[in-house]
Each structure stands twice: as structure tokens, then as C-alpha cells.
Design a protein around this ligand. Structure first.
Ligand code: NAD
Length: 350
């Protein structure tokens, strides 16, 4: 246990739980970073790790991220995260998910799960057979919170992009504003469609060429190569695919005034947040702009909330971003650092 406390990713986590179930092969870590604002909420990742220590590190790092994200989304939820360690065949059985559900239930609501990489809404349904502390379940009624978070995330990112264009470019409308979008999946594709409807000029990139051509035709967009998209001359770059894509080299090559997209963990290191700031680029901190999905899932867990309430809370994302940019300008520190500072304050850590 000393190893966990000494880990560089240990940040006064309230508790870290290790679960093993011999019968089903379940091995899982649940990290509760903070329950200051409410039950620690965050998805479960199903992943094959290089070693057990890497799984614990991931749970520590991701659970802290969830504390920040939930706090900045204005949700009465703390931050937690679970990882289920996959074997080489990535075996995942209903029985294993039931055992995992019992593990969650044993924490009596201190931790609430939902899907993350490697977990589907069908898996959440299996988990829900053993615990009620689970969200991200399929919903039949489109008027209540829940279901696919992608469109909600896309709407928040779209509103954040509009706020950035207003703040930085003084643009009252997106007509003619050039946005380069990396990744046009659930989030990026939604953002592209919403911006196209506003008359924005789009350049898109995706590793899936068929999807790329289809979305480009639908939105009247130009296309760019995978590397080219990072240095396209445009007003805004919107990363919606990979994490850690803003590093020393890519930041030096950026040809935009604004970076605003839905991908998680876009900035590789705190030095890179400083590099963006030094280049005078307006950056929308990822966990603030991409909170639409967690707002949807969070309100699903908190009770059958109407979808209008989800949208009302997503509408506040531009206000939060503007407050961050104002503070970044006034204190001369990167927007990402301002967001972390605000989140730490909200969870009572500073
Ligand atoms: P997705 O799988 O639907 O879409 C990702 C897209 O990126 C795919 O079209 C894929 O082909 C493309 N892609 C992958 N590698 C690429 C590369 N090197 N260059 C260009 N395109 C590439 O996933 P998503 O749900 O749209 O999520 C996108 C990002 O947003 C992820 O970082 C995710 O963690 C983050 N995010 C998603 C949500 C959500 O609600 N779905 C919420 C918060 C954050």
C-alpha cells in the first residue's frame, strides 16, 4: 500500500479499493478521489494493462480528472474511476460484470459508475443487475436524461466553440469562421453538423476515409490529411479524436487563434499548456468544454431528470469558459491552469 501513497499520481485520494473474484476472473481497482461534492462518479475502463501498477496509476489519474470535471460541470458529484483489468483475450463475461456490480454495491454508493473505454451500455445493464449505483444505461424515453452521451458532448463543444469565436474573434455568428476538426466520430461529427448549419467553413480529418468523405459531402467541408489538420490555417482547431495531441512540436506548428474540442487530455504536459498560452492561443480546457456527456449521465443517476434540464446545464458551458479566459488574461497563466485551480477550489482542496 505504501507504493500507492508514494505514487506521483496519488493526490490525497480518499480511498483506493482492490477487488478480485477468483470464480469469474474479475480483477478491478476503484479509486475514490473526492466525495466533497457528492458520490464519486466516473466511468469504468476495461483495458489490458502492461502491469498491475499501470492499472492503479490509471485509476488514480483518471479519478482525479473526474473530480475536476464533475465540479466544473456544476454537478453534485465527486470524482472516482474504476478499471477492470482485462486478460490477454479480453474476456468479459456477464458473470464477471455481475461480480463487478457487487464490488460497486459493497461501497454503498460512495462510487457511481458508467461506461468508459471498453465498456458499453449493455455492460452497464449487466452491472445494474447487482447495483443501483450505475448510470449510462440505455433509455427508451428521449425526453429524460440518459442514453448516448455523444450528442450532448457535441452540443457543449459546439457552444464552447461559438463562445471562443465571440471572445477571441468578436464573431457574433459562425458564418464564414474556419474550423479545422480532427476526428469526426460521435463528438466531432456532431460538432461538424452543428457548425455547418451555422454556415461555418470546415476542414475535416479522420483515419476512417469512408466516414470522412461522407461527412465532408454532408457538411460541404474540405478534407485534410491526418498530420496536415494540425497545421491547417484556420480560425479554430477542434481536436475530437486523440489525447495528448498538443505537445511541443504540434503547438509550434499550429496556425489558429483558438483550440477548442472535445477530446480528453489534449494537452500533453503542463509545459504544453504554458506553450499554448505563450503563443497567444485561446484554449478551451477539455474537461470544461466536453462536460455535456457527464452532465447527461450525472442527471440520469440523480433521478429521472428531463432532457431540458440537461440542455439548460450544458448552456452554461460558455459562461464557465469565458470566466476561465478572463482569469487567464488577468493573472497571466494558462487557461488549463486556471481551470484546475477553480476545480481544486470547488472540491475544497485549496
Ligand atoms: P468516436 O470513436 O466516436 O470518434 C473518434 C473519431 O476519431 C473516429 O471517427 C476515429 O476514426 C477518429 N480518429 C481516431 N484516430 C484519429 C487520428 N489519429 N486522426 C484523426 N481521426 C482519428 O469517439 P467520440 O465518442 O467521438 O470521442 C472523441 C473524443 O472525445 C475522445 O477523446 C473521447 O475521450 C472524448 N470524449 C467523448 C465524450 C462522449 O460523450 N462521447 C465525452 C467526453 C470526451
Amino acid at each position: 500500500m505504501t507504493a500507492i501513497w508514494n505514487s506521483p499520481d496519488f493526490d490525497a485520494h480518499e480511498s483506493v479499493h482492490l477487488f478480485a473474484d477468483e470464480k469469474t476472473g474479475l480483477r478491478a481497482v476503484i479509486a475514490v478521489h473526492s466525495s466533497h461534492l457528492g458520490p464519486a462518479a466516473g466511468g469504468t475502463r476495461f483495458w489490458r494493462y502492461a502491469d498491475d501498477a499501470a492499472a492503479v496509476t490509471d485509476a488514480l489519474r483518471l479519478s482525479r480528472g473526474m473530480s475536476y470535471k464533475n465540479a466544473m460541470a456544476g454537478l453534485p458529484l465527486g470524482g472516482g474511476k474504476a478499471v477492470v483489468l482485462a486478460d490477454s483475450g479480453k474476456t468479459k463475461t456477464p458473470e464477471m460484470l455481475h461480480a463487478f456490480g457487487r464490488a460497486i454495491e459493497s461501497l454503498n454508493g460512495r462510487y457511481v459508475t458508467a461506461e468508459d473505454v471498453g465498456m458499453s451500455d449493455a455492460d452497464m445493464t449487466e452491472i445494474s443487475k447487482e447495483t443501483r449505483h450505475v448510470a449510462g444505461l440505455p433509455v427508451a424515453d428521449k425526453n429524460v436524461a440518459g442514453g448516448d452521451p455523444g450528442p450532448f458532448t457535441a452540443r457543449g463543444v459546439y457552444l464552447g466553440i461559438k463562445a471562443a469565436a465571440r471572445y477571441r474573434l468578436g464573431a457574433d455568428s459562425m458564418a464564414g469562421i474556419h474550423v479545422a476538426i480532427q476526428g469526426i466520430g460521435s463528438v466531432g461529427g456532431g460538432v461538424a453538423r452543428l457548425l455547418a448549419a451555422d454556415g461555418a467553413r470546415l476542414t475535416l480529418a479522420d483515419i476512417d476515409d469512408d466516414k470522412l468523405q461522407a461527412v465532408a459531402a454532408e457538411t460541404g467541408a474540405a478534407t485534410a490529411g491526418l498530420h496536415e489538420i494540425m497545421s491547417v490555417e484556420a480560425d479554430i482547431l477542434s481536436p475530437n479524436a486523440l489525447g495528448a495531441i498538443l505537445n511541443k512540436d504540434t503547438i509550434a506548428a499550429l496556425n489558429v487563434a483558438i483550440v477548442a474540442g472535445g477530446a480528453n487530455n489534449q494537452v500533453a504536459t503542463p509545459d504544453d499548456a504554458q506553450r499554448l498560452f505563450d503563443r497567444g492561443i485561446t484554449y478551451a480546457p477539455d474537461y470544461v468544454i466536453n462536460a455535456g456527456g457527464i452532465i447527461n449521465v450525472g442527471l440520469e443517476y440523480l433521478g429521472d431528470m428531463p432532457v431540458d434540464e440537461v440542455n439548460k446545464r450544458i448552456d452554461i458551458i460558455p459562461q464557465r469558459l469565458t470566466a476561465i479566459w478572463d482569469e487567464s488574461k488577468a493573472d497571466k497563466i494558462p487557461a488549463a491552469a486556471v481551470a484546475d485551480r477553480m476545480a481544486q477550489h470547488l472540491i475544497g482542496r485549496r
